[in-house]
Design a protein around this ligand. Sequence first.
Ligand code: NA7
Length: 544
Amino acid sequence: MTLESAVTNNNSPDHEVIIIGAGVCGIYMLHRMLKLGLDVTLLEAGDGPGGTWHWNRYPGARFDSESYTYGYSFSKELLQEWSWSEHFAAQPETLSYLKYVINKFDLASHMQFDSQVKAATFDEESGYWRIDTAEGRTLTSRYLLTAIGMLSAATKPRLEGLDSFEGVSFHTYNWPETPVELKGKKVAVIGTGATGVQVIQSIAGEVGELTVFQRRPNWCAPLHNSPISDEEQTKIKASFDDIFARCMKTPGGFIHGPDRREFATVSEEDRMEFWENLYASPGFGVWLGNFRDVLTNLDANAEFSEFIANKIRGRVQDPAVAEMLIPKDHGFGSRRVPMETRYYEAYNRDNVQLVNVSETPIEKITKKGIKTSDAEYEFDIIIYATGFDAITGAFDRINITGLNGQTLRSKWDKGPLTLYGLQVAGFPNLITLAGPQGASVSTNFPPGIENAVDWTTDLIKYMGEHNYKRVEASDEAEQAWVKHVKEMYGHTLVSTTKSWFTGYNSNVEGHDILRHMVYFGGAPKYRERIAQIAANDYEGFEFA
Ligand code: NA7
């Protein structure tokens, strides 16, 4: 049905709510909207649900949150029913979990797959969003809720000859569904972020030859994954209240929170013992459970970086390779710390070679492989682990048009502008779940989006109760929030380096300036703030 026919026929939209995306966020949003009794449909570009966990099928894909903190917390029944097999679950298990949730809450019939949204246009007269899909369909809704992922717009290098390669090549996000034969093959991996690290450590023992093209190394630390024993399972299931209460108190929404002691007040001996324990413990503790000032103070950071550098030197046999793997341009934790399992040991294998493309840049992709300024390499397979047009990329790929014909892409040209990462002035009834400048994109994702979804549900309920048809962020409130988000960047070392936290991506035109993508004030403060706003009749939002 076209917008025009919808409006003339019955003056009501096709759906009260349209959600885009069937990942972790969209699934829960759909559940809450159905519970509210609203007419809702969900559009998903993929041919199945799962979002991140649908697409990222590469070997070694897993999350670095403890499994039992990654599951939804909203249903006690679900928490008791589902048993994670490992402390840090792999992609197939997470995808099964999400499908289980969809089944349990009867959500599938409200999801439309193979429905890629190309454009969303706000019609001022009717007050509805018109959504156009790539398949040529048009739908209308009063509310448009985007759950389109923070790392869902994959980016390949902008290199000459990308399509000329005659072997097999793909981005990790688009790892083929049919099994890729790696045994005995000559394989290239470009990129050593969290994804590249997982791929490299997983395939090094399987492929014939592996050549890793590294531009800048990252500081990686051991994940220490292990199966969850029956005894642990029982304990976990009995302590969910405590587990989530603990996550609610930490800035990142993980079970790991910072140590409040000042680094300089702890003796060297105690400090080393503390760090050795962190390095030997599972998960993000080494990053997020460290002395608070390791992530804010350059001296403290330099000392801990040296501690990790020595670990790398101790694990990599060739000292020259070890030095190549130690970051020199940024300190530990100022970029996302990839968690690894025998990653560094992969470089001790005879079939693994590391190429520093900062020194000898890739010039082009050839028919046979990769040409750097120094040599030509031949491959059967090239794997692009080159990351994403993070957080705003998925928005930029949809033509979103708000009031007065303004596009979101042009409004965010120099970086995102939002109110609490949830709304954008000039774009009524659009809620940017998991959008830039909210807390979910800088924290353990599921607790973050549960908060955003609950808040959004309350907002829509409130509007129904007050017979409001339209909500929009005010310009002043938006400006104040953006100012606050920017200030928060000044409190961490994150802003001292280029990464997707700071909006840099050499593969996207114009993404060579600092962009304030995420909220670094911590999840507890964020939650408190948006709850207060809601209690205050949604101060900063205008209703009509
Ligand atoms: P990341 O962390 O953005 O890493 C991308 C990697 O690819 C990184 O090492 C980049 O080097 C490298 N890269 C990107 N473009 C190029 C070109 N053109 N040439 C050479 N190397 C390149 O993405 P991931 O997928 O690993 O991780 C994203 C998140 O997913 C992760 O943080 C988790 O939360 C899950 P650079 O460092 O920019 O020099």
